[in-house]
Ligand binder design. Sequence first.
Ligand SMILES: [Ca+2]
Length: 151
Amino acid sequence: MRGAGMWVALATMVACGGAESTIERVGINEIASGDDMDFVELLNVTDAAVDVGGWQLDSDGESYTFPAGTTVPANGYLVVWWDGSAASGEHHTEASLPDAGGLVELLDAEGALMDDVSFPSASPEQGFGRVPDAAPNWQVMEQSTPGATNG
Ligand SMILES: [Ca+2]
Protein backbone atom coordinates (compact mmCIF):
# COMPACT_ATOMS: atom_id res chain seq x y z
CA MET A 1 0.00 0.00 0.00
CA ARG A 2 2.80 2.40 0.85
CA GLY A 3 4.44 1.84 -2.51
CA ALA A 4 1.22 2.38 -4.38
CA GLY A 5 0.59 5.60 -2.47
CA MET A 6 4.00 6.90 -3.34
CA TRP A 7 3.47 6.28 -7.02
CA VAL A 8 0.10 8.02 -6.93
CA ALA A 9 1.74 11.00 -5.24
CA LEU A 10 4.54 11.11 -7.78
CA ALA A 11 2.12 10.82 -10.67
CA THR A 12 0.02 13.62 -9.21
CA MET A 13 3.07 15.83 -8.80
CA VAL A 14 4.08 15.32 -12.41
CA ALA A 15 0.57 15.85 -13.71
CA CYS A 16 -0.50 19.00 -11.91
CA GLY A 17 2.03 20.15 -9.37
CA GLY A 18 0.39 18.20 -6.59
CA ALA A 19 -1.82 21.02 -5.38
CA GLU A 20 -5.02 19.77 -6.93
CA SER A 21 -5.53 16.52 -5.07
CA THR A 22 -7.40 15.87 -1.85
CA ILE A 23 -5.78 14.72 1.38
CA GLU A 24 -6.14 10.95 1.70
CA ARG A 25 -4.35 10.51 5.05
CA VAL A 26 -2.07 13.34 6.24
CA GLY A 27 -1.35 16.34 4.05
CA ILE A 28 -0.69 20.07 3.93
CA ASN A 29 -3.92 21.96 4.66
CA GLU A 30 -2.79 25.59 5.01
CA ILE A 31 0.28 27.80 4.61
CA ALA A 32 0.93 31.34 5.83
CA SER A 33 3.98 33.17 4.54
CA GLY A 34 3.17 36.87 4.72
CA ASP A 35 4.63 37.92 8.06
CA ASP A 36 6.88 36.76 10.88
CA MET A 37 4.44 34.09 12.05
CA ASP A 38 4.75 31.83 9.02
CA PHE A 39 3.35 28.35 9.48
CA VAL A 40 2.49 25.12 7.72
CA GLU A 41 -0.63 23.31 8.95
CA LEU A 42 -0.96 19.56 8.50
CA LEU A 43 -4.32 17.81 8.60
CA ASN A 44 -5.02 14.16 9.40
CA VAL A 45 -8.28 13.11 7.74
CA THR A 46 -8.37 9.63 9.27
CA ASP A 47 -10.04 8.41 12.47
CA ALA A 48 -6.71 7.43 14.07
CA ALA A 49 -3.66 9.42 15.12
CA VAL A 50 -0.81 9.19 12.59
CA ASP A 51 2.83 8.98 13.72
CA VAL A 52 4.84 11.51 11.69
CA GLY A 53 8.12 11.08 13.57
CA GLY A 54 10.93 11.43 11.01
CA TRP A 55 8.68 13.07 8.43
CA GLN A 56 10.03 16.27 6.92
CA LEU A 57 8.76 19.59 5.57
CA ASP A 58 10.96 21.22 2.91
CA SER A 59 10.76 24.74 1.50
CA ASP A 60 13.25 26.99 -0.23
CA GLY A 61 16.25 24.92 0.82
CA GLU A 62 15.15 24.83 4.46
CA SER A 63 13.66 21.83 6.19
CA TYR A 64 11.97 20.78 9.40
CA THR A 65 12.07 17.17 10.63
CA PHE A 66 9.36 16.03 13.04
CA PRO A 67 10.86 14.57 16.23
CA ALA A 68 10.32 10.88 16.98
CA GLY A 69 6.96 10.30 18.60
CA THR A 70 5.22 13.25 16.95
CA THR A 71 1.63 12.44 16.01
CA VAL A 72 -1.13 14.26 14.18
CA PRO A 73 -4.36 13.63 16.11
CA ALA A 74 -7.30 11.84 14.51
CA ASN A 75 -9.21 14.30 12.32
CA GLY A 76 -6.90 16.99 13.71
CA TYR A 77 -4.19 19.47 12.92
CA LEU A 78 -0.49 19.93 13.59
CA VAL A 79 1.07 23.35 13.03
CA VAL A 80 4.77 23.94 12.36
CA TRP A 81 5.78 27.56 12.92
CA TRP A 82 8.36 28.83 10.42
CA ASP A 83 8.96 31.89 12.54
CA GLY A 84 12.73 31.93 12.96
CA SER A 85 12.29 31.09 16.62
CA ALA A 86 13.28 27.50 17.33
CA ALA A 87 13.62 28.38 21.01
CA SER A 88 9.90 29.15 21.26
CA GLY A 89 8.98 25.54 21.77
CA GLU A 90 7.73 22.50 19.95
CA HIS A 91 7.48 22.62 16.17
CA HIS A 92 9.20 25.96 15.63
CA THR A 93 12.01 26.36 13.10
CA GLU A 94 14.82 28.85 12.59
CA ALA A 95 13.66 29.23 9.00
CA SER A 96 10.90 31.34 7.50
CA LEU A 97 8.89 30.82 4.33
CA PRO A 98 9.67 33.05 1.33
CA ASP A 99 7.38 36.12 1.22
CA ALA A 100 7.35 35.93 -2.57
CA GLY A 101 5.81 32.46 -2.52
CA GLY A 102 7.35 29.10 -3.22
CA LEU A 103 6.93 25.39 -2.76
CA VAL A 104 6.39 23.30 0.37
CA GLU A 105 6.87 19.54 0.27
CA LEU A 106 5.89 16.95 2.88
CA LEU A 107 7.98 13.77 2.90
CA ASP A 108 7.46 10.69 5.04
CA ALA A 109 10.21 9.00 7.06
CA GLU A 110 11.30 7.04 3.96
CA GLY A 111 11.49 10.20 1.87
CA ALA A 112 8.35 9.48 -0.15
CA LEU A 113 6.42 12.57 -1.22
CA MET A 114 3.15 12.78 0.72
CA ASP A 115 2.01 16.22 -0.45
CA ASP A 116 3.36 19.34 -2.10
CA VAL A 117 1.91 22.80 -2.58
CA SER A 118 3.00 25.85 -4.54
CA PHE A 119 1.94 28.93 -2.61
CA PRO A 120 1.67 32.55 -3.80
CA SER A 121 2.98 35.71 -2.18
CA ALA A 122 0.79 36.75 0.73
CA SER A 123 -0.01 39.73 2.90
CA PRO A 124 0.27 39.65 6.70
CA GLU A 125 -2.48 37.66 8.41
CA GLN A 126 -3.55 36.01 5.15
CA GLY A 127 -3.52 32.26 4.75
CA PHE A 128 -3.45 30.04 1.70
CA GLY A 129 -5.40 26.91 2.27
CA ARG A 130 -7.66 24.12 1.17
CA VAL A 131 -11.29 25.30 1.36
CA PRO A 132 -13.00 23.40 2.80
CA ASP A 133 -10.40 21.40 4.76
CA ALA A 134 -8.71 18.63 2.74
CA ALA A 135 -10.37 19.73 -0.51
CA PRO A 136 -8.42 19.92 -3.78
CA ASN A 137 -9.30 23.61 -4.03
CA TRP A 138 -6.67 26.07 -2.68
CA GLN A 139 -7.45 29.72 -2.16
CA VAL A 140 -6.21 32.84 -0.39
CA MET A 141 -7.92 33.26 2.99
CA GLU A 142 -8.23 36.79 4.40
CA GLN A 143 -7.46 35.46 7.87
CA SER A 144 -5.17 32.51 8.48
CA THR A 145 -6.46 29.78 10.80
CA PRO A 146 -3.52 27.86 12.31
CA GLY A 147 -4.75 24.72 14.06
CA ALA A 148 -8.38 25.37 13.13
CA THR A 149 -10.68 24.67 10.22
CA ASN A 150 -10.26 26.67 7.03
CA GLY A 151 -14.07 26.93 6.79
CA1 LIG B 1 -6.40 26.12 9.14
